[in-house]
Design a protein around this ligand. Structure first.
Ligand SMILES: *Cc1c(COP(=O)(O)O)cnc(C)c1O
Length: 496
């Protein structure tokens, strides 16, 4: 035989091992599925279960010390290794007692959608590659756009996460305002202290760290003060600076506060700036009738970032960007080879036809992201999501009610969405922060609930964010019990 043919035969034999046959596929799937079932059943068990597991010493990390080899290992052994050494390390975010991060819990049906699209491995970047896949995504974007009140001209896409959405928004704002690098030093961006750090990070990634950032004061409810915003913009204009963008929040991660969007939108409109609203945590609460009014004004934003992995409980990795004037998003994402005339004619085509997803995002090859969201929305119906979000708001209210009747505990700002910030008041400025820090450390050590801490105006506070779809009343009761138990111990140390 020809040496080339012989070589091919040899290589093919090895390559073929990458495609298990149907029977073997069933066995592989079964193995992973059995683990998933075990995990999910475990989640529903005993209250004493640890949600926070401290990291092991790096030197004893099994994964870091498991070398790669030329030969394969059976999946059962590998999944056992993963289960024993990887999956219960750090915070178990899928657990109902996970209340530290802004995290939805990871709907199983969504995971199945992601599994299925990964099996198909269709690339939805270009319309011609997967026209209906791209349209499925578009239908989800249109649905989200209708929730916030955007009209027909919008465009948007599902992204890898919230930060990606913010990067796309800032780049679109920059290009739409025709800003060049030499302008950055005179440009001004306005945000409050509670604007998520990913915004500043995104600006940095876009080489915009020279842009002046104004810290807009907040009122007592931790919301941006719209009249102070107006004053700052006017002063900056008088100074000859170039006010450029306002980053408002529809649900801050730290406090759950929603900025007065309508009033901010009026100021922005009057001064002709770009309004970005970060609705990554809070945006989908617009589905809840009782709080819908808080989101009025979103329809006036030039861009809105949202995330289905937060407010729609998807597994991590599904952000959303919506831009009111879709052509602006398109013009900001053209490839470097396009000339201005070309872009204009492309814009005209895009207006009459459809965008390819790669034309409205920085991504090229990308997964089909629609099914992971479409499937749960269709399987459960939108009502289930609205009810679950409403439940989260009531759980935060319930927690608030319960915590303030515990001796010594205080809440300065009542929860609006599903975040509650609280602290133990030692009645002594000298040891109050230390007491709360000790309490937080003790609760982390305890491990039955995961909570976080925030420092607001120099005050160390504890914080829970109720967003996991698995969290219900019994879990809030348990969280209160754990806080009470641990506070009793810390109080003894302080002689209180
Ligand atoms: C989570 C979050 C972000 C960042 O989004 P990622 O998906 O983590 O990249 C931005 N803003 C708010 C309000 C958030 O809650």
């Amino acid at each position: 035989m020809d040496t080339l043919e012989k070589k091919l035969e040899e290589l093919e034999e090895i390559s073929m091992t990458l495609e298990p046959d149907s029977e073997e596929r069933m066995r592989l799937t079964q193995c992973v599925n059995a683990k998933a079932e075990k995990f999910l059943k475990g989640l529903a068990e005993s209250e004493s279960k640890k949600v926070v597991v401290k990291a092991k010493d790096k030197s004893s990390s099994v994964v870091l010390n498991t070398p790669f080899s030329d030969d394969g290992t059976d999946i059962e052994e590998l999944m056992d290794l993963y289960e024993d050494n990887v999956q219960y390390s750090g915070i178990c975010q899928a657990h109902a007692m996970s209340m530290s991060l802004v995290h939805g819990g990871g709907l199983y049906v969504s995971a199945l959608g992601r599994y299925y699209t990964s099996v198909l491995d269709q690339c939805t970047g270009a319309l011609f590659n997967a026209p209906e896949g791209a349209r499925l995504e578009k239908s989800l974007i249109s649905w989200a756009a209708s929730l916030i009140g955007y009209q027909e001209e919008h465009a948007g896409t599902l992204t890898s996460g919230g930060t990606s959405s913010i990067i796309i928004a800032i780049a679109t704002a920059r290009d739409s305002m025709k800003l060049k690098a030499r302008d950055f030093e005179r440009c001004v961006v306005y945000m409050t202290e509670l604007c998520h750090f990913s915004f500043a990070k995104a600006m940095r990634l876009l080489s915009m760290h020279d842009v002046i950032v104004r810290d807009v004061p907040m009122n007592d409810n931790m919301e941006m003060d719209a009249s102070k915003l107006r004053d700052l913009i006017e002063k900056d204009k008088e100074r000859g600076l170039r006010p450029f963008l306002v980053a408002a929040s529809a649900g801050t991660a730290i406090h759950g506060s929603v900025d007065p969007l309508e009033r901010i939108a009026d100021v922005v409109e009057q001064h002709n700036l770009w309004l970005h609203i970060d609705a990554i945590y809070g945006g989908f609460f617009v589905l809840v009738d009782d709080v819908k009014h808080l989101f009025k004004g979103m329809e006036k934003a030039d861009s809105v970032s949202m995330a289905a992995h937060k407010g729609l409980f998807l597994p991590n990795g599904c952000g959303m960007i919506l831009v009111k004037d879709g052509l602006k998003l398109f013009r900001s994402n053209v490839t470097p080879s396009e000339t201005e005339t070309n872009i204009t004619s492309l814009s005209n085509t895009a207006k009459s036809e459809e965008f390819s997803l790669f034309q409205i995002s920085f991504e090229c090859t990308r997964p089909e992201r629609g099914l992971q969201l479409w499937l749960p929305l269709k399987v459960f119906g939108v009502k289930a999501f609205a009810a679950c979000l409403e439940e989260k708001i009531f759980l935060a209210k319930y927690f608030h009610q319960k915590i303030i009747v515990l001796e010594g505990f205080m809440v300065d700002v009542a929860p609006v969405l599903s975040v509650v910030v609280f602290y133990y008041d030692t009645k002594n400025d000298k040891n109050r922060n230390q007491f709360n820090e000790d309490l937080q450390n003790r609760i982390t050590e305890d491990g039955r609930v995961s909570m976080s801490s925030v420092s607001i105006k120099g005050k160390f506070c504890l914080r829970i964010c109720v967003l996991n779809f698995r969290t219900h009343r019994e879990h809030i009761d348990l969280a209160i019990k754990i806080i009470e138990e641990n506070a009793t111990h810390v109080r003894k140390n302080y002689g209180l």
